[in-house]
Structure formats: structure tokens, C-alpha cells
Write a protein of this length. Structure first.
Length: 190
């Protein structure tokens, strides 16, 4: 017998998790109701007499109702099962993970490895993000994540960063980022 009940195989544990997730999802769907808006559209119509809600209002209302009910169901059904002991264990593990992550970021910074921007061990600052937003506006996804890390690394290593999108360095660094994306198209977490 395990600490949390009978010993379960990983497959049995996964099956139980999926069953519980389905039960909770069903509870949320029932709480939101067939209209999918949980009364939010009714309130909108009261606040806006004679008007018909547009598509964005309907979708936003549905999303709000879903989130509200999901939060309520999780609070009532799951969070109450979390004991102080479990909470303390989870908190302690999270703190250990955070400390180890900070240690690895610092270790990577001290190593001055020129390719560390390709790893998760560069922690971009708001300044790095601002530079990237100005140099490569409109870019998204993995390009941005890599660009933030590359610019942060260059700042840490006292190397120049582009002054704007027309700076020749912007083209050079952009090409480096795109080459990394081509060379490792499915690398996570980027």
C-alpha cells in the first residue's frame, strides 16, 4: 500500500487522472450552462438595451463564464483536498527548483559560453525585451525567445546590441537566430 492509497501502476494512475479531469470538465460545462455564457450575456443585454452583442462580446462572455466556473470547481473539488503537508512539500520542491534554476543561470553567465543564448539558462531582462521589440517588431514565437536571450547574453558579455531595426547588427543577429531555428527546428523550450 502506497502513501496515498493502494499502489497503482502508472497506467492506472493516468487513467484515474483522466477520469477525474473528465468529471471536473463536465461539472464546469454544466455550471456554465447550455447557453455557454452563464448569465453574462443576459447582464450585457440589460446594460445595453436594444443592442445585439457582437461576436467578440459573445466569445468574451463565454470565456469569462468558463474561467469563472473552472476556478470555482477547482476550488471546491480539488484545492480543499490539498493538506498543509502536501502544500509544504510542493512549496519546498518549487523553491528548490527555483534555486537550482537561478544557480544554473548564474553558472551559465559566469562561463561566458558564446552559445548560451540557445539554452534556457539566460534570463532576459525587460531591457533586453524592449530592445528586441524595437529591433524586430512583429516577430513572435521562438524567434522572440531566442532574440531576448541573445540580446541579454550580449548585454551580460558587454557586447554591442542593435540600435534599431536598420542597424546592420540587427540583420547579422537576426540571421544567427534564424540559422539556429533552422538547425534545431523542434528544440524545446524554444
Amino acid at each position: 500500500m502506497g502513501r496515498d492509497g493502494p499502489d497503482l501502476t502508472p497506467e492506472q494512475r493516468e487513467s484515474l487522472i483522466w477520469q477525474e479531469a473528465a468529471r471536473l470538465t463536465q461539472m464546469v460545462e454544466e455550471a456554465v450552462g447550455d447557453g455557454g455564457h452563464g448569465g453574462l450575456l443576459d447582464q450585457w443585454r440589460l446594460d445595453n438595451p436594444g443592442l445585439t452583442p457582437d461576436y467578440e462580446t459573445v466569445v468574451s462572455s463565454m470565456r469569462q463564464a468558463w474561467e469563472r466556473q473552472r476556478s470555482r470547481v477547482l476550488t471546491e473539488e480539488l484545492y480543499s483536498q490539498v493538506t498543509d503537508e502536501v502544500y509544504q512539500r510542493v512549496t519546498q520542491v518549487q523553491e528548490q527548483i527555483e534555486q537550482e534554476s537561478l544557480r544554473l543561470v548564474e553558472q551559465a553567465r559566469e562561463s561566458r559560453d558564446p552559445d548560451r543564448w540557445k539554452t534556457p539558462w539566460v534570463e532576459p531582462t525587460p531591457l533586453a525585451e524592449k530592445i528586441v521589440d524595437q529591433v524586430w517588431p512583429g516577430r513572435s514565437g521562438r524567434f522572440l525567445v531566442l532574440a531576448w536571450s541573445l540580446i541579454q547574453q550580449r548585454m551580460e558579455d558587454n557586447q554591442p546590441t542593435p540600435n534599431g531595426r536598420h542597424d546592420p547588427l540587427a540583420d547579422e543577429l537576426g540571421a544567427m537566430i534564424e540559422a539556429e531555428m533552422r538547425e534545431h527546428p523542434t528544440t524545446t523550450p524554444f
